[in-house]
Design a protein around this ligand. Structure first.
Ligand SMILES: Nc1ncnc2c1ncn2[C@@H]1O[C@H](COP(=O)(O)OP(=O)(O)OP(=O)(O)O)[C@@H](O)[C@H]1O
Ligand SMILES: Nc1ncnc2c1ncn2[C@@H]1O[C@H](COP(=O)(O)OP(=O)(O)OP(=O)(O)O)[C@@H](O)[C@H]1O
Ligand SMILES: [Mg+2]
Ligand SMILES: [Mg+2]
Lengths: 257, 257
């Protein structure tokens, strides 16, 4: 079971869209995938038709009120499950802020979970911030996957999440999260902006960047309003094709290990 | 001097783009506008060519190391100035989290500033979160302006910011921030999604929603990479026209008071 944080403090870059649709494309290929929604906005949760707050979130495990394995919910897709989020998660930031072990509390809970073998990959959908929840997700993760919107502010933000990743690795607490990949999202091939962002980032990060580039595709933003992934909503769209390709590339990178 | 929080916890909905370009359009009409960057990402700061961290942010005023009036920097535009942000602001979330007066510390600092008459309007560009910085911006503000991306997750998120606004008003600490407006951003008139989001929100919020709708326009995302506002980068683009219209409507709403 591998824990993968899908994180970027820049807002609206495609974290949730990538967690949900990469998850669906892996599940379609028989790879058991679990989405752990760590964002109080609960967009991953509502993408599968669940109402945030109706079921316990990881907050219940963090406070010791529940065992994390009991929080797993099915989705309408075989091989794809979710641990939902709720508004109370926003309280974590304040509650955990003053605790000494805040960085490794989530890691501790996930370690027990690791041996339950409920899934092959766990995608942690992170909130857009450098706060406690995002930092503890990085500390708990085996890998970090950064969705990067092909726009100027997206480019500016990538240094910050990479710095944070370095800080976590060097914090001395035996945290070994590796920067597994950078995925370009919402690329608009007609504009120079996207192309120059992709070239700039490839120049710095080389093979860490995925070859697959996710194009801007309206079907991706329409699908959640029907509680569907792109595979069900628009299976032959450019968005579905791109996320299937991404899943293929993701598996190649992980098969080699 | 009116303090206006530009806030929405949903990421990437156009908070910074609205602060910068509505600010520029008001400045063009001779209205003195100040942008207070409260987001550690410092996207408003870099939109004017400043390097985050080179100048003190409001953090220095919050810690008592500087007077807020001394933090104001000019931009290349007459009537438009900025108080920049820096990475340290991210520390505020943790540092202030455990303090009893965290909600009104920023308000206290801004009250002294109010009488300096440095600007007619102060736009507070908020980070994408429901944390301490965003909440204290709402507590300090006279008005709340919500940019709302015309997409499903944008629609889902509007209830949360409106709830938070209600909580602040009812917190009993004599906080009177009013919900001044909702501005639709990144609208794509070719799709049903945008139209249905606009109709849904207008149905609930009526006249609070601005008539002006900001279209998705690539020039708006290209301008910041040249440290320009839309008025300098692409003055006859659909983006520039829309933000000029928004400034006109904004002034009409405020002239009436
Ligand atoms: N490739 C794409 N093409 C078109 N729209 C997209 C694409 N990817 C995501 N979107 C849309 O863009 C918006 C932002 O994406 P999403 O919510 O997944 O980003 P996020 O990083 O999870 O945001 P947040 O920072 O708020 O958590 C959503 O409305 C989503 O539907
Ligand atoms: N109307 C528009 N048309 C096209 N692109 C836009 C528009 N408004 C904003 N953008 C682009 O979309 C991205 C998100 O906008 P912006 O950064 O202003 O949102 P934000 O709400 O401030 O994000 P954050 O939550 O990270 O602070 C940016 O790359 C910006 O350039
Ligand atoms: Mg998200
Ligand atoms: Mg912003």
């Amino acid at each position: 079971m591998k824990f993968i944080a899908i994180a970027n403090q820049k807002g609206g870059v495609g974290k949730t869209t990538t967690a949900v649709n990469l998850g669906a494309c892996l599940a379609e290929r028989g790879v058991r995938t679990l989405i752990l929604d760590l964002d109080p906005q609960a967009n991953s949760t509502s993408s599968f038709g669940y109402t945030p707050g109706e079921h316990d979130s990881v907050y219940a495990a963090l406070t010791g009120d529940a065992d994390i394995a009991d929080l797993v919910l099915p989705t309408q897709y075989k091989n794809l499950s979710i641990i939902p989020s709720e508004q109370d998660l926003a309280g974590c930031e304040i509650e955990m802020a003053s605790e000494g072990d805040r960085l490794i509390r989530l890691k501790g809970i996930l370690e027990d979970f690791r041996h339950s073998n409920v899934a092959d990959y766990v995608f942690m959908d992170c909130p857009p911030s450098l706060g406690v929840m995002m930092t503890s997700a990085l500390a708990a993760a085996d890998e970090l996957l950064i969705p990067l919107q092909c726009e100027y502010f997206g480019l500016e933000g990538v240094a910050k999440i990479v710095d944070l990743h370095e800080q976590i690795r060097n914090s001395g607490a035996d945290l070994n999260v590796i920067l597994e990949g950078i995925v370009f999202t919402m690329a608009d091939s007609r504009t120079n902006l996207s192309t120059s962002v992709i070239n700039d980032v490839r120049g710095v990060f080389g093979d860490v960047t995925y070859q697959t580039v996710i194009p801007r595709n309206i079907s991706l933003s329409e699908a959640p309003s029907f509680s569907q992934t792109i595979l069900e909503y628009a299976p032959s769209s450019a968005g579905a094709t791109a996320y299937r390709q991404l899943a293929e590339e993701f598996l190649k990178r992980h098969a080699a290990v």
